[in-house]
Design a protein around this ligand. Structure first.
Ligand SMILES: [Zn+2]
Ligand SMILES: [Zn+2]
Ligand SMILES: [Zn+2]
Ligand SMILES: [Zn+2]
Ligand SMILES: [Zn+2]
Ligand SMILES: [Zn+2]
Length: 498
């Protein structure tokens, strides 16, 4: 992965429950420095801009969520703790442990516990010897958990201190062997030496409470003190209102529709493991299939035109672009060898590698296109600003080009994530349908990219000359946007979350 959207969230955390970055998951961070800012702003607000396109059908990605501060999410948690504590007649500390166990499904807990008596009964310690340090201590110097395992205070203190220093919150549990009883926070807190460690423990607890809550998710942005809240947890795109981080609500990785959370994790792990093998692929130049002149790719569009012989061809498969429209299927679909099971292990390994590289190359190529198109977008932004400053029209006049570039990013992003999906898909009629829709989406995206690049060149005076794009060209571009977005929605409707 090289698109990095984490980089901009660097505000320090002034809320009371800051989660240290050291225990945050380290998201991938492969982006080149210069691309980061561009790409981050490129994605920002894509969804809202695109909504204005007036696409007439239902958007399968629509998803409601709220961004809460730590204080606000603390209030959500406290309300639920109080509800459960009152209903079960347990201390808030014990209620929290129960809530964590049930992922904060309050109604489930109430259904289940409503007729049970108190689950935790304190009883007198049985022994006068501490089971850890084996010292004989006075009965009142031993502390016992509800599981009745009792140890001396000094041993409990040491145990808790070590675990909390290790980053543990809810997971601090009984010292007895084979006992996994978790310690309520009001048992642990008095045992911790010093306010600093107590604060750390409270932060870890907060992190664990949020992470265990089925409706809450911490923003993965660096040091970002925002918690996302949803009604129904799903693998959907959410965006932090504070740091603009875009991620999947369910797994907190980069948003990955139509691929599901487990599959994208598998794919990213595979890509990381096989990075050596895949490295040779990243070619910036290829030879024109007609006149063999070396051609460098400097735009995102995969419809190439040779600067010397004007031959139109596809960057991915080097096929003739004229026939490519109808044969796009052949470009994005991997043709498996049906006889491979009967061949040698070595042949099978070679075939497996070939298949992986086929998908990886396309995945990687669309990722690069995204970055190159982000640069086009940047140029368009600058051009618009310049025009507006020189009183050559208003922002509204150029909005269409800005919208087209944003929509292109959104569509290509989805297209990139169709490749891991296809890679792991079992062959059969459903895969055929998927590949068909993928090819359709791909074709319309390249058409859109081609038109955006032309419009950008035209507006910059590289082609034709300075001046507005004609109304028909503009209508053509807007029509292309509509088609590409419809293809994207159709694919997601049929294959995302099914
Ligand atoms: Zn002891
Ligand atoms: Zn125990
Ligand atoms: Zn954030
Ligand atoms: Zn996910
Ligand atoms: Zn050529
Ligand atoms: Zn091709």
């Amino acid at each position: 992965m090289s698109v990095d959207m984490n980089s901009q969230a660097s505000d320090s955390n002034e809320e009371d429950f800051g989660v240290n970055s050291e225990e945050e998951e380290d998201e991938d961070d492969g982006g080149e420095e210069e691309d980061q800012v561009d790409i981050a702003s490129y994605y920002e607000g894509v969804a809202s801009d695109v909504e204005q396109q007036g696409a007439d059908s239902f958007d399968p990605e629509e998803y409601l969520f709220t961004c809460l501060t730590y204080k606000e999410s603390q209030r959500v948690l406290t309300d639920e703790v109080n509800t459960v504590a009152a209903a079960l007649k347990v201390s808030p500390a014990v209620a929290k442990l129960i809530l964590v166990h049930f992922h904060w499904h309050v109604s489930q807990i109430l259904d289940r516990y409503v007729r049970l008596s108190r689950p935790f009964i304190h009883s007198a310690p049985q022994s006068l010897q501490c089971g850890v340090c084996l010292q004989i201590v006075r009965r009142d110097a031993l502390l016992a958990l509800p599981c009745q395992h009792s140890f001396c205070k000094a041993c409990w203190e040491q145990h808790c201190t070590v675990l909390v220093k290790d980053g543990m919150g809810v997971g601090v549990s009984c010292m007895a062997q084979d006992c996994s009883l978790q310690m309520p926070e009001d048992f642990v807190l008095p045992l911790l030496p010093g306010e600093e460690l107590k604060d750390k423990y409270r932060r870890y607890l907060f992190r664990d409470y949020v992470e265990s809550h089925f409706q809450l998710q911490l923003c993965p942005g660096a040091d970002c003190p925002i918690v996302i809240k949803v009604q129904e947890p799903r693998a959907r795109r959410v965006q932090c209102s504070r740091c603009s981080e875009v991620f999947c609500f369910k797994c907190r990785q980069m948003y990955h529709a139509p691929t599901d959370c487990a599959t994208i994790r598998k794919w990213l792990t595979k890509c990381a493991d096989d990075s050596e093998t895949a490295n040779y692929i990243s070619a910036h130049t290829k030879d024109c299939p007609k006149c063999n002149i070396c051609i460098e790719k400097n735009g995102g569009c995969n419809h190439m035109q040779c600067s010397k012989c004007k031959h139109d061809f596809c960057w991915m498969c080097l096929g003739d672009w004229k026939t490519h429209g109808s044969e796009y299927y052949e470009c994005s679909r991997y043709k498996e060898n049906p006889d491979i099971v009967n061949q040698s292990q070595q042949a099978q390994a070679r075939e497996a590698l070939k298949k992986y590289l086929f998908y990886f190359e396309r995945w990687e190529n669309h990722n690069k296109s995204l970055q190159l198109e982000a640069q086009t977008y940047q140029r368009i932004q600058e051009k618009i600003q310049e025009r507006v400053m020189n009183n050559l029209g208003t922002w509204i006049d150029w909005q269409y080009l800005h919208n087209a570039a944003k929509l292109l990013a959104k569509c290509r992003y989805t297209l990139q994530y169709t490749y891991p999906y296809a890679y792991y898909m079992e062959s059969g009629p459903r895969k055929k349908l998927f590949e068909y829709q993928q090819a359709q989406l791909e074709a319309e995206i390249e058409n859109l990219s081609w038109k955006v690049e032309r419009a950008d060149s035209y507006e910059r005076g590289v082609v034709g000359g300075e001046g507005e794009l004609s109304a028909s060209d503009r209508g053509d571009l807007e029509n292309q946007m509509h088609i590409a977005e419809q293809r994207r929605r159709t694919l997601l409707k049929d294959f995302h979350d099914t």
